[in-house]
Design a binder for this molecule. Structure first.
Ligand SMILES: C[S@@+](CC[C@H](N)C(=O)[O-])C[C@H]1O[C@@H](n2cnc3c(N)ncnc32)[C@H](O)[C@@H]1O
Length: 271
């Protein structure tokens, strides 16, 4: 790949998704974009760049999607979900006792394991949430992962990653080699296509936002912009989950960090 091609491709991906591809990640462009060039019968990455310069919107989208990393698993890192159950939910149940409503956003949800983990956790708290209106909206830029997420069908390997056996047996049905999520649980999550750096939040006044393992791909300016936009989409005392570290909130729950500080200071690594 020539330096011009490298610059063109990484610039296209960064402008459209926020994802930064540094020079040492050039191999990623090669590995992930060469199959697209081959499939479209283009002359390698040089041909791909020529086709993109036309421009070609569908091809640009395909390139961006190919450069996303969709790694995810059920109850990833454990601790954020434990905090949600033991600290955040009790706090919000008290704070929202009058309205009896909870609005949750799983941003960059990939193939759905994160929002479905939240849905299972809430279902396990059904007694405390009886009579409450709970909505979970889950978004991602990548269409293929959203299609899989909506289907709610996972392989043996996927359900073995993070999902307790008790929840597997309770909420999934084995069909051949696959596991299908209970339709009632699936219906708890609304999946939407959404680009976090280009579009307004899919709602306002969220009480809980998960935005985990996304900012790590962005540069500092983009992280700050996304965090400010997230903060603007959240209720005053809402809680933001980032990475594996825990929760950020404007209200004084245990182990929290101020949301205002997160948005205005350097974002911790590994988010
Ligand atoms: C590593 S996964 C994280 C999944 C899940 N949040 C977790 O922690 O397990 C990152 C996801 O971010 C999505 N993504 C990347 N850029 C995005 C953007 N600009 N807007 C929305 N989603 C984006 C990717 O498609 C990918 O599915």
């Amino acid at each position: 790949m020539t330096p011009t091609e490298l610059e063109f491709l990484s610039d296209l991906v960064r402008r459209r998704s926020g994802i930064v591809i540094t020079r040492d990640k050039e191999y990623l462009l090669e590995n992930r974009l060469s199959p697209i060039a081959t499939q479209r019968k283009l002359a390698g990455l040089a041909g791909l760049v020529t086709a993109l310069r036309r421009p070609d919107e569908a091809l640009a989208r395909e390139v961006v999607e190919a450069m996303t990393t969709n790694e995810t698993l059920f109850f990833r890192d454990g601790r954020p979900f434990e905090m949600l159950r033991t600290e955040v939910l009790p706090m919000l149940l008290k704070e929202r006792a009058a309205s009896r409503g909870l609005r949750i956003w799983s941003a960059a949800c990939s193939t759905g394991q994160e929002p479905y983990s939240i849905a299972m956790l809430l279902r396990e708290e059904a007694v405390r949430l009886a009579g409450w209106r709970v909505s979970i909206v889950a978004t991602d830029i990548t269409r293929s992962v959203l299609t899989k997420a909506r289907a709610g069908v996972y392989s043996q390997f996927e359900v073995q990653r993070g999902l307790p056996i008790t929840l597997l047996v309770k909420y999934f049905k084995q069909v051949g080699t696959q596991w299908e999520l209970d339709p009632a649980l699936r219906a708890m999550v609304e999946f939407r296509e959404h680009n976090i750096i280009q579009e307004a939040a899919p709602g306002a006044g969220f009480d809980i936002v998960f935005c985990r393992n996304l900012l790590i791909y962005f540069d500092q300016d983009q992280k700050r912009r996304v965090l400010n936009n997230l903060a603007a989409s959240m209720a005053e005392d809402a809680v933001l989950f980032l990475g594996a570290l825990g929760a950020y909130s404007a209200s004084p729950i245990a182990s929290n960090r101020s949301l205002k500080n997160v948005a205005s200071i350097a974002v911790p690594a590994g988010l």
